[in-house]
Design a protein around this ligand. Sequence first.
Ligand code: NAD
Length: 372
Amino acid sequence: MKVGVAKEIKPDEYRVALTPAGAHELVSCGHEVLVERDAGSGSSFPDEAYAQVGARLVSVEEAWGESDLLLKVKEPIQPEYAFLRAGLTLFTYLHIAADAPLTRALVDSGVTAVAYETVETPDGALPLLAPMSEVAGRLAPQAGAYFLEKPFGGRGILLGGVPGVSPGRVVIIGGGIVGYNAAIIALGLGAQVTILERSIDRMRHLDEILSGRVNLLMSSSLQVAASVEEADLVIGAVLIAGALAPKLVSREMVSRMRRGAVVVDVAIDQGGCFETSHPTTHSDPVFVVEGVTHYCVANMPGGVPVSSTMALTNATLPFVEAIADRGLAAAAAADPALARGVNIVGGAVTHSAVADAHGLAYRSPGEALARA
Ligand SMILES: NC(=O)c1ccc[n+]([C@@H]2O[C@H](COP(=O)([O-])OP(=O)(O)OC[C@H]3O[C@@H](n4cnc5c(N)ncnc54)[C@H](O)[C@@H]3O)[C@@H](O)[C@H]2O)c1
């Protein structure tokens, strides 16, 4: 198969969908790999690294125009819509349930589109979203620690403390993938860590894997209010699948926090769990409300593209190999997780949530792929 890699053109996006190591794997299996020139530079992979493993460096038109399977990180944006065509399979983050213009462009073009974020194992895990939650979770205490420093508007607290001086208090709301990863970094910094969770089973699991080193508390609104008031750093990491994040921390609760405390609202990509949050960018990451610094960057992994690219491609490569080796129809038939990722096939919507969101007819991926 001809596997293409397009350069990301969305502002502030430096990740790339395939590393030279991944390109090497595909070339070794007999596939042809076409990499758009300069595609890897934002993640510190120069063109030569791809050329050395046998990939062909091409123009943007060749990458999109000649490939059977095109790999990207972010959804196509308007200038890329003209490249969508029948006969092309696109594999990328799409998030089209909330994007009517892109859904229309995909359906009208006849392209086949597989979305990273809807690849879902039978037990409900999202293997191509999890690596970015890991990155964002590990970044959150790092960002919080930085903005707790006085010169950056913080209280002037060292999260780790020193002998004779108390450590800072970190409260994490939501103990899923983001919350767990935030906890291990906060613990590593030497902070005193509390996780507020709603699932007792999840708390039992966290208790086991964190060996009792964190305070695990049931997340009621009274407990959230009490914990937030005492905290130096609060990390918002809740998720209710398929819904906007619940606003668990009201403006009133924020107003009772310590001056110069920091909140990192990782859940901002789902609307945020603080009433006072709004999305920010890496170039202007924070704002202050009620004397509390808010860090609400909606694409946190974009700040560490080298690590994020590797984490993402580690997870995507097995699916890329399966599609390249067997073709999408056979690969999806053999793997229900991949089949859940198929959103659009030749003008048909093949993911029920996407069809529902836009009032379009749904067709099963198996049936649509068999006809394509
Ligand atoms: N900003 C970014 O760059 C970025 C990057 C990755 C993920 N995220 C977001 O981070 C959030 C968390 O993602 P995740 O992968 O950890 O999800 P997850 O499903 O693994 O974890 C969410 C956890 O929240 C818990 N929860 C739900 N309601 C709660 C409540 N009322 N109180 C306390 N806990 C509650 C759930 O029990 C679950 O354990 C999501 O909104 C995700 O989109 C943002």
